[in-house]
Design a protein around this ligand. Structure first.
Ligand code: ZN
Length: 309
């Protein structure tokens, strides 16, 4: 079980490939609409119509962090948990803080993360537990992944100018939690029936598999709700994907609309010590606790989204 918890990126990609080859996450065979949805033109309009929510934040005491932040730093990004900064972020529309873990060398400042996240409708923020920011894995690469079963999102590289990627990653979380015990909604008959009503998919990235198509449609659905003129104002042939994004809007309801207040989907992650050098745990206890944790998470497979520009 433990070896599924990939120690390296290549293991994770190999896993994704093996799932694709079994047909679980197969590439889609529908053609891409022409023109495709110009996702790269969405961010400016989204920023113009999503106001930043006033907020305050404070750093955690050194030495402790959410277990997810420890384990992603160590096992996924090959970084030291001791280099993680942890913050509680309190927005004025919610009396519960969100936790953000930022590697000290992330190109994305904590202020920019707070700004982007605070622009999202609060009912969409409800789906998120912990957010993490790391340096890009390689020059110019933008890669994000979501542990969609528990609402945790990892960003590598400077995602700040691309608020659409926040919608996309939260789309994966929604996909996994429409009916968590039944598996991803994007693999359900309900979704595939709507998908089959359309002749096209929205862009090349959506072609990757049903889950990525659904996440891209969440971006389309959100844009359509938030920006005046909707998706029709961005792409004239929007009816090519009409049944898909309207279904997302029906499934997500007011999560895509600004306003309201918070009602969080997930409990907070539990807190662990950074490690023996932080003085809060012995090395033996730290490793024992980590191994129990990793074993219990053996099945976890995040959706890895490569937004390389
Ligand atoms: Zn994705």
């Amino acid at each position: 079980m433990r070896n599924i918890l990939a120690k390296t990126t290549s293991t994770a990609f190999a896993l994704a490939l093996s799932l694709q080859s079994t047909g679980v996450l197969a590439e889609l065979d529908k053609p891409i609409m022409d023109p495709a949805v110009p996702f790269d033109q969405m961010d400016t309009n989204l920023y113009n119509h999503l106001k930043s929510t006033p907020s305050t934040y404070e750093a955690w005491e050194y030495g402790y962090l959410p277990a997810r932040c420890h384990d992603v730093a160590e096992s996924w990004e090959n970084k030291s948990p001791y280099d993680m900064e942890v913050y509680n972020v309190l927005y004025e529309d919610c009396d519960t803080p969100w936790v953000i873990c930022r590697h000290k060398d992330s190109p994305m400042s904590i202020e920019k993360m707070i700004d982007n996240f605070g622009r999202l409708p609060v009912r969409l923020r409800n789906l998120v537990r912990v957010q993490l920011a790391f340096p890009a894995r390689s020059e110019g690469q933008l890669l994000a992944y979501a542990f969609s079963d528990l609402g945790d999102i990892v960003f590598t590289g400077d995602m700040y100018p691309y608020i659409r990627f926040w919608f996309h990653e939260i789309g994966h979380i929604r996909d996994a939690n429409v009916n968590a015990s039944a598996g991803d909604y994007s693999a359900s008959d309900a979704w595939l029936t709507e998908y089959d009503k359309d002749e096209y998919i929205c862009d090349a990235y959506a072609k990757t598999n049903n889950a990525e198509n659904f996440a891209q449609e969440v971006v389309v659905a959100g844009y359509d709700k938030i920006v005046p003129g909707g998706i029709a104002g961005l792409v004239p042939n929007y009816e090519d994907i009409y049944n898909q994004f309207v279904n997302v809007q029906e499934v997500m309801g007011d999560e895509l609309c600004p306003g309201g207040t918070c009602d969080r989907l997930f409990e907070d992650d539990h807190i662990v010590c950074m490690g023996p050098d932080a003085g809060c745990v012995t090395e033996r206890d730290h490793i024992a606790a980590r191994d129990v944790r990793l074993a219990s998470r053996g099945e976890e497979q995040p959706h890895i989204c490569d937004f390389g520009l």
